[in-house]
Design a protein around this ligand. Structure first.
Ligand code: RBF
Length: 171
């Protein structure tokens, strides 16, 4: 198994751009709150560790993961963030609800990213059971909230580079 005995959240902090000037949104689903709020803590702390100002981190709580795209769009309209991080946890059950929710969230966030030209980060755990979720929300495989924050900082930096016209895309 790819994740065996590895903390997948390790990264080279020195290689990450400063988040000091950046504006972020974090949208967090309250379903499975003991998991998603741990993702949120890892995400928020990582943004601050890399220089983001608390007043530039805008948080919105939504009921469930299915509501993440709608919440993210509202937040983006209010605060004009450089990137929006969406955190949730959809645990597989006896029915196929997880597939519908996960697919809808992935498609919704992809559409928002493409339409807006800013990153909407997919920070949704899709585990088979609760233990797999705990392992990835501050457990033995790290915290996917940390990884979502790192991805957001990298994407925000790319967006800002584009604005300054430093690295135009050439074909
Ligand atoms: N939301 C989650 O974030 N995680 C879940 O594991 C989850 N399981 C659900 C299971 C069922 C059968 C239903 C109907 C909803 C579930 N939701 C879950 C809530 C969903 O994301 C959303 O809030 C509601 O469907 C209302 O749109």
């Amino acid at each position: 198994m790819a994740s065996a005995l590895k903390n997948l959240s390790t990264y080279d902090a020195d290689q990450l751009p400063s988040a000091a000037e950046m504006i972020f949104g974090i949208v967090v689903a309250d379903w499975n709150a003991h998991i998603t709020h741990a993702l949120y803590a890892g995400c928020y702390d990582t943004l601050v560790q890399h220089g983001a100002l608390p007043e530039n981190i805008h948080t919105m709580q939504v009921p469930g993961s299915f509501e993440l795209p709608a919440g993210a769009r509202m937040l983006a309209g209010r605060h004009n963030p450089d990137a929006v991080i969406c955190l949730g946890c959809v645990i597989k059950g006896e029915t196929n609800h997880n597939e519908y929710i996960n697919q809808a969230v992935a498609t919704g966030l992809t559409n928002l990213s493409i339409a807006s030209g800013r990153a909407f980060i997919f920070g949704v755990l899709t585990p088979n059971d609760e233990q797999q979720a705990l392992d990835r929300a501050g457990g033995q495989y790290g915290n996917k909230g940390v990884e979502a924050a790192v991805t957001a900082i990298r994407m925000a930096a790319l967006k800002r580079e584009g604005k300054e016209g430093k690295k135009p895309i050439g074909f």
